[in-house]
Design a protein around this ligand. Structure first.
Ligand code: SAH
Length: 396
């Protein structure tokens, strides 16, 4: 395949008026149901997008199987995709350099929010962790462009690809295991907000840690006091941050490997934290019934609403968790409560917290309503880029 494709050789995709309106409103996705014609378009190829009448709308990356058939990458004609990607990667890196402080671990590239749909890159000190989510980003020439640019720009000890079998299946990409793409070391330590963490790039959830909570950890720590309970603690992100300000910290998670790393992280920081392996729902019910009391409670559950269909059950889950936490908080205590479900918007999350506080007969005063860290940018006209909510409230 030539590195440059003359515009005349770029395949054409025609979209419906609804698809065209979506693009004109600043979104970059057009769903398959809004594709009028995509004859002979190869999976993962660069396509010129037009409206029903043939008017050009820009250049996009095409997926032959995803419900998201095209992701716009430019409103203009593009012929040299590798050059465009190198420029976008460079812009993403510069954006972080101007914004990210107090950490050597952060998201370097956040897909659509960095105008690089289908590509996620996280930095953990000297290791880069990469996720490729679309046919276009998975082509050999594009992979090589991305990897060589990152290697040259960061000189990392290694670059690791984390693959998601479900995503690869949806995009009909050949199965591929998570693996080192560059270098030979998969473990390191990183430091955020002066707290140190072990990192093993080939283990763990997401790309290894929850970098999106970095600024929320620091905010939570500024209010934390007394006895603290970090529910859904994973490798101890909140617990480790709360520890200096609290007399006692307990972390709860159902994953033993996560708690083992959490314990190693506590040792690395010279902290004593109690880790409990349990189902959070059961533990909160038992602790509430046994009149256990805390001054600080953090709730950071996994996404309950993976799709719109789960929304009702998800809201019940959030309400129940928050209700139990509120019952356990001493007057004047602090609740730090999160939701990472994109489908649960900030208003409905706050409404659910309000309902839980009524049932618990407690009052909640909002201290901070927060979102994801700035290295996970939110692009205003792409609502899907905003997903994390973190509410910090004083309970009386
Ligand atoms: N607060 C963490 C991230 C939490 S991610 C951080 O800042 O790093 C969600 C966590 O919930 C995962 O570690 C997962 O193992 C855990 N989990 C999922 N279901 C659970 C359950 N029913 N009870 C307890 N933990 C659960």
């Amino acid at each position: 395949m030539p590195l440059r494709s003359p515009q005349s050789e770029v395949s054409k995709v025609k979209v419906s008026p609804r698809g065209a309106t979506r693009l004109k409103c600043g979104h970059v996705w057009v769903y398959r149901s809004d594709i009028l014609s995509a004859d002979g378009v190869q999976p993962g190829s660069l396509v010129a997008v037009t409206d029903q009448r043939g008017k050009p709308l820009g250049t996009a990356l095409y997926s032959s199987t995803s419900q998201i058939a095209i992701r716009l990458i430019s409103p203009d004609p593009i012929t040299d995709l590798p050059a465009l990607l190198r420029e976008r990667i460079e812009n993403a890196i510069n954006y972080r350099e101007s914004l990210v402080r107090e950490t050597d671990a952060y998201r370097v590239i956040f897909s659509e929010a960095d105008f690089l749909p289908g590509l996620i890159v996280d930095r953990y000190n000297d290791i880069l962790s990469l996720q490729i989510l679309t046919q276009a980003m998975d082509s050999t020439r594009i992979r090589e462009t991305i990897i060589s640019h990152l290697a040259q720009r960061f000189h990392p000890a290694s670059i690791i690809e984390r693959t998601d079998p479900r995503v690869r299946e949806l995009e009909t990409l050949a199965p591929r295991a998570s693996a080192l793409l560059h270098g030979d070391r998969s473990a390191t330590t990183f430091t955020m907000n002066s707290v140190r963490f072990h990192f093993d790039a080939l283990a763990g959830q997401k790309t290894g840690a929850f970098l999106d909570q970095r600024e929320n950890y620091a905010a939570a720590a500024s209010y934390a006091k007394g006895e603290a309970l970090d529910v859904f603690c994973y490798q101890g992100g909140f617990a480790l941050h709360l520890s200096p300000g609290c007399s006692q910290v307990t972390g709860v998670d159902s994953s033993r490997p996560a708690l083992e790393t959490a314990d190693q992280n506590a040792t690395l920081n010279g902290r004593e934290i109690e880790w409990i392996e349990a189902n959070a729902f059961d533990l909160l019910r038992d602790y509430a019934a046994a009149n256990r009391r805390y001054d600080t409670v953090v709730l950071d559950p996994p996404a309950f609403a993976k799709s719109k269909r789960d929304l009702e059950a998800a809201m019940r889950g959030y309400k129940e968790l928050n209700l139990r936490a509120l019952k356990m908080l001493r007057p004047g205590g602090t609740l730090v409560t999160c939701s990472c479900s994109y489908h649960v918007n900030q208003d409905s999350f706050l409404e659910t917290l309000g309902a839980a506080s009524l049932d618990a007969r407690r009052s909640l005063r909002l201290l901070e309503v927060r979102g994801q860290a700035k290295d996970h940018p939110i692009l205003l006209n792409i609502p899907e880029t905003a997903y994390l909510k973190c509410v910090i409230a004083s309970v009386s």
